[in-house]
Design a protein around this ligand. Structure first.
Ligand code: TEU
Length: 665
């Protein structure tokens, strides 16, 4: 097959490649019918007994995932990292963090998945790196040298000496040897030493993708001491890998505190939208984009099947850095309109995915702050950007003010959000559906009843996840109905975001117990507690004390129990995976919300051609009569699926019952 042919067949709708009639809708893509399972490697399975999960642990559980029926696995980051944000702070994109194993372990995992026809999706965290990434270390050295040389330069009023110094140091930076008579001054001698030590240090660890030493120094020479045109040329393009400014503006980070951090020897501030240890990359610099594409290419060559792109709508910033206006939100993200979902982000994404798309690989973007309508801008097939995106509206309904808001869950708000997402994408774009991930809390604790109806509510929520348009993502442990944990001491908290919150809240007067209650209700650690495999010590996760305490309910909530018990949530997940695959109406059907005002029942139809599915979900622990005299269920003839088993009463839903009805068509 010629190159262009291969390309065309990868990009064309399934209907054209698989023969007319094979596709239920013109925009169908093979991955639409797949199901992804997200693994948080630190907490999945530990084989080397250090209390931290690892790649071999994951490989040892692939049979389990195959049995569940998932098609693809998304791994949260396993790259080399100091782990301030558990791997979302990467110091080497091409290497595996030793706590997870080696590249050979990764290859073994890839091969194990591929041998079973399963896909491997890697996390791609390219909005920022770790502050110990060699790019950042090198740039700090360069900025420090720039400042030191600037300080050494004689004042412009001393015209003769300033010119002699500039000429000599400029020549030195370009790698030349200045004429002897310009080298008499003490400042010149100091400059010579600084440049020499910079060269020596940099030569030891010049990071791949970063400009060569000559380029770095030459540009610095032109910028500091060049003539007017050299200076203009050196300043015209944006050569920095990170975002530096002489003054901070008022933007704040999503993890709390200012978005700018001073680095003393440089005299500059760098931008970090997340923790201080996660400096933002400067995507306006083409060299950054090239370095990232080269890295992505390496992983493509290594055989990945796709990428999950962390905060990919954050990569473009307003480089005029205006102060944000209006009231400052108490807990972060002030000025987001200047660094989230900007037009340039789309251009950068298109460039980033070019090779990924040509190779037919999958892409899923994480896009906080993006509306359902804007999701279409990222995923409409004709825009050649992403396959699907994760939206945030539905996981913000019980925290409308900010992520530490502990408002009660109101079902009608969830319905509104989901309906808006479903309507926006139908026939236009595509989303990744999820109810849990490593940044959320457990959905049973959040939208269900973890105490009286853990099993029932977990099954009902599974039914929601599998009957929406978009691809379902299961987060590890969700399939067995894992629940939130309890934080009794501040020292129990591991997550950087929760720790920042606790410190800030208690420092500004919140009672420590109240702060712990907020953490218990909202911390990301809730979904990061170790996977509960069985009833043995540490839930079978590790032979060692785990890095984050296991949820105390593991003796009764665990994989062994769930697989053995035909009435457990696990079997409902397993059934729903197949049901969705076999029923195009659940994948592509148009969504219509029924009874939007109902406070206990969420109900909707999905319609595709002649086929209609009715989905009825009881979000309460009481039986809910179905509205009588309502025509909404007319035509619903057969129970396709019911979480209480096939014999369903016709007039009421039992506590947390979920039912799918279909017409005959
Ligand atoms: O999360 C992006 C993000 O917006 C977070 O602020 C998230 O919504 C928040 O933590 C919820 O409380 C991604 C990753 O998924 C997350 O784990 C990382 O910490 C973050 O980016 C920085 O890389």
């Amino acid at each position: 097959m010629s190159h262009t042919h291969l390309l065309a067949s990868l990009l064309l709708p399934l209907s054209l490649t698989a023969g007319a009639g094979a596709s239920p809708v013109p925009y169908a893509r093979p991955w639409h019918k797949q199901v992804v399972y997200q693994i948080y490697p630190r907490s999945f399975a530990d084989t080397d007994g250090d209390g931290v999960g690892d790649l071999r642990g994951i490989t040892s559980k692939i049979d389990y995932l195959q049995r569940l029926g998932v098609d693809a696995v998304w791994l949260s980051p396993v790259y080399r990292s100091p782990n301030y944000d558990n791997g979302y702070d990467i110091s080497d994109y091409l290497d595996i963090d030793p706590s997870f194993g080696t590249l050979a372990d990764w290859e073994a995992l890839r091969d194990t998945l591929h041998a079973r026809g399963m896909k491997l999706i890697m996390d791609l965290v390219v909005n920022h790196t770790s502050d110990s990434h060699p790019w950042f270390l090198q740039e700090q050295r360069l900025k420090t040298l720039e400042r030191q040389l600037g300080i050494l330069a004689p004042p412009a009023s001393d015209a003769g000496r300033a010119v002699a110094f500039g000429t000599a140091v400029g020549t030195l930076l370009h790698g030349g040897a200045p004429a002897v008579d310009t080298m008499v001054d003490a400042p010149y001698e100091a400059a010579r030493k600084l440049v020499a030590s910079f060269r020596a240090e940099s030569a030891r660890a010049l990071p791949a993708g970063y400009p060569s030493l000559e380029a770095q120094l030459g540009r610095l020479g032109d910028k500091l001491f060049g003539n007017a045109s050299q200076r203009r040329a050196a300043l015209a393009e944006n050569h920095d890998f990170y975002i530096w400014r002489e003054h901070a503006n008022n933007w704040t980070s999503l993890f709390g505190g200012p978005a700018w951090h001073a680095v003393e020897p440089t005299g500059l501030y760098y931008m970090a939208e997340f923790s201080v240890h996660q400096p933002d990359l400067n995507w306006a610099n083409p060299a950054v984009r090239k370095a990232i594409s080269t890295m992505v290419h390496t992983w493509i060559e290594r055989g990945v099947d796709g990428f999950r792109m962390d905060v990919i709508d954050f990569i473009a910033k307003d480089h005029s850095f205006p102060d944000a206006q209006g009231p400052k939100p108490p807990k972060g993200g002030f000025g987001m309109e200047h660094f989230v979902n900007r037009a340039e982000a789309h251009a950068y994404v298109r460039e980033l995915v070019r090779e990924i798309r040509q190779r037919g690989l999958q892409t899923v973007g994480e896009v906080p702050g993006v509306s359902p309508a804007q999701a279409v801008d990222y995923t409409a097939p004709e825009r050649a950007e992403l396959g699907e995106v994760f939206l945030f509206g539905h996981v913000s309904v019980d925290r409308p003010a900010d992520r530490w808001d502990t408002s009660p869950f109101v079902l009608t708000a969830l319905k509104t959000e989901i309906a808006a997402q479903q309507r926006a994408i139908h026939g236009r774009g595509w989303i990744a559906n999820y109810l849990e991930n490593h940044d959320q809390v457990r959905v049973v604790s959040r939208f269900g009843d973890p105490v009286r109806f853990r099993v029932e509510s977990s099954k009902m929520l599974a039914t929601l996840l599998f009957t929406l348009e978009g691809r379902p993502y299961i987060y590890q442990g969700q399939e067995i109905g894992m629940t939130d944990t309890i934080f009794r001491e501040a020292s129990d908290i591991r997550d950087v975001e929760a720790r920042n919150f606790y410190v800030e809240a208690t420092a500004t007067g919140m009672d420590p117990n109240a702060a712990l209650r907020v953490v218990t209700a909202r911390s990301r650690d809730n979904t990061r507690t170790p996977m509960q495999w069985n009833a043995s010590a540490n839930a079978g996760f590790s032979s060692h004390t785990p890095w984050l305490a296991v949820n105390t309910n593991y003796p009764s909530v665990n994989v062994d129990q769930a697989v053995a018990d035909a009435a457990s949530p696990w079997h409902v997940y397993e059934k729903l995976i197949h049901l969705r695959r076999d029923n195009d109406v659940l994948v592509y059907g148009a969504f219509d919300l029924l009874w939007p005002e109902h406070e206990r029942v969420m109900a909707y139809t999905r319609k595709l051609g002649k086929r209609t599915a009715w989905v009825l979900l009881n979000f309460s622990g009481e039986a809910q009569p179905l509205p009588s005299g309502d025509r909404a269920l007319d035509g619903a003839k057969r129970v396709l699926f019911d979480t209480y088993g096939p014999a369903a009463p016709t007039d009421a839903l039992r506590p947390f019952e979920a039912r799918i009805l279909v017409n005959e068509g």
